[in-house]
Write a protein that binds this ligand. Structure first.
Ligand code: ATP
Length: 391
């Protein structure tokens, strides 16, 4: 028996083909947990046909254990297992047999995934860079910017999570084109993955489009669950799409995600900039750092070469300058994303512009902003520095 890190006991493998198949199955990732199915106790058996199997030698039967009955990803897993074994030398055909984990097996999986982790994986000491995306007012494109930054970062190979904390106005699932529901393994929630981003939104838990009539404590509890009950795995970056303004959720997010830094989204309009700067100044009370400002809906160049600056200009720089002055620390303008119909169209279609049209004006600028976030050193807010005073 091989020593596998995980809840899995390696099933008995007697032939060379079975052993080769097991190695191949190690390349199949669970679509939600994003770890090899062989590590997760999901492969119950790998058996090559013998004399009593009409399909004979070369025929492999793979027993797969799903985490829950009626797992929505059953077909995806079947297809992935079949593909992994398709060109395995000596394998003539594959049958996938599905079963469901027992309560003990599920408990072992949960223990394997969460064991030894702090209940809040984004507290002090976390290696994940956490960005809370805020705006002064609604409609400035905060969710659009967040969804695009998340997918651009994932596209660069980073492990990215996205919390849609805009509980009254959630729009992230639509922007990422997902209608998937999270899978529950007992009280652990596995987030759906869209365009390589693990994403969770209150919209995924609601049965209708009715407005969410929740107040402070429930909002806090929902956000807390998103942080502690969702299995995020090891993330490089977590983005949090906050509601506009400086309300309950923005404060809860700062309390729960003590290492989070704020990203402020504003339009170029001066009046909007004043309100956006206030959202940034909340950081003085919450102790967060402001990582930077993203200006959105900036001037666009029309096909005839003329420039349309619907919302004026300079708002992003105004916010960056004002925050630099009030906070006493450099707050950079990270980018200025132009008005671009392509951005809206791709957002409506559920495929972010950074993937669908990466060299469009908005796509290219958003990729540039994502690039600057990817290479930024992690903020030290909330972290204790290992410094001992000299005698
Ligand atoms: N640069 C842009 N060019 C064209 N359209 C844009 C741009 N940015 C955002 N939009 C469009 O503006 C609308 C508002 O965007 P979005 O929902 O992202 O704003 P928001 O700030 O998150 O709003 P709220 O916080 O109120 O939910 C959307 O229809 C979006 O497609």
């Amino acid at each position: 028996m091989t020593d596998t890190p995980g809840p899995a006991e390696v099933p008995e493998l007697t032939t060379d083909l079975e052993r080769a198949a097991w190695t191949r199955l190690g390349t199949v990732l669970d679509p939600e947990i994003r770890r090899p199915v062989t590590e997760l106790g999901m492969i119950a058996s790998v058996t090559e046909g013998g004399q009593d199997d009409p399909a004979g030698a070369g025929h492999l039967t793979v027993g797969v254990r799903l985490t829950i009955a009626g797992c929505p990803l059953r077909d995806t897993i079947t297809g992935d297992v079949e593909r992994a074994l398709a060109d395995l030398e000596g394998c003539t055909s594959v049958t996938v047999e599905m079963a469901v984990m027992t309560a003990e097996q599920r408990a072992a999986l949960k223990e394997f995934l969460t064991g030894g982790r702090p209940p809040n994986p984004f507290g002090p000491g976390t290696l994940t860079r956490v960005y809370a995306v805020a705006s002064g007012k609604g409609g400035v494109g905060k969710s659009t910017v967040t969804a695009n930054l998340a997918t651009a970062l994932a596209d660069r190979g980073l492990s990215v999570g996205l919390v849609d904390a805009d509980i009254h106005g959630f729009s992230i699932p639509g922007l990422l084109g997902t209608t998937a529901r999270p899978t529950r393994v007992d009280e652990m929630i596995l987030p759906p993955v869209a365009h390589g981003v693990k994403v969770i939104s209150i919209g995924m838990f609601l049965d209708s489009d009715r407005p969410v009539a929740w107040r402070g404590p429930m909002l806090h509890r929902a956000l807390e669950q998103f942080v502690t009950d969702v299995y995020w795995g090891d993330l490089d970056v977590l983005l949090v799409d906050l509601p506009p303004g400086t309300g309950d959720i923005a404060i809860s997010a700062a309390q729960l995600l003590t290492t989070s830094e704020l990203l402020i989204v504003t339009t170029p309009q001066q009046a909007a900039a004043q309100v956006a700067a206030r959202a940034g100044e909340l950081s003085e009370q919450t102790g967060q750092r402001v990582a930077g400002v993203v200006e959105n809906m900036a001037a666009m160049t029309l096909p005839d070469g003329s420039v349309l600056d619907l919302f004026g200009s300079g708002g992003g720089q105004t916010v960056a300058d004002r925050l630099t002055e009030t906070l006493g620390r450099e707050v950079p303008l990270l980018g200025s994303v132009p008005l671009d119909p392509q951005l809206r169209q791709d957002g409506d279609g559920g495929t972010p512009v950074v993937l669908e049209h990466p060299s469009s004006p908005a796509g290219a600028e958003l990729r540039r902003v994502a690039e600057s976030l990817a290479v930024r050193p992690r903020g030290l807010s909330g972290l204790k520095l290992p410094v001992t005073p000299r005698d």
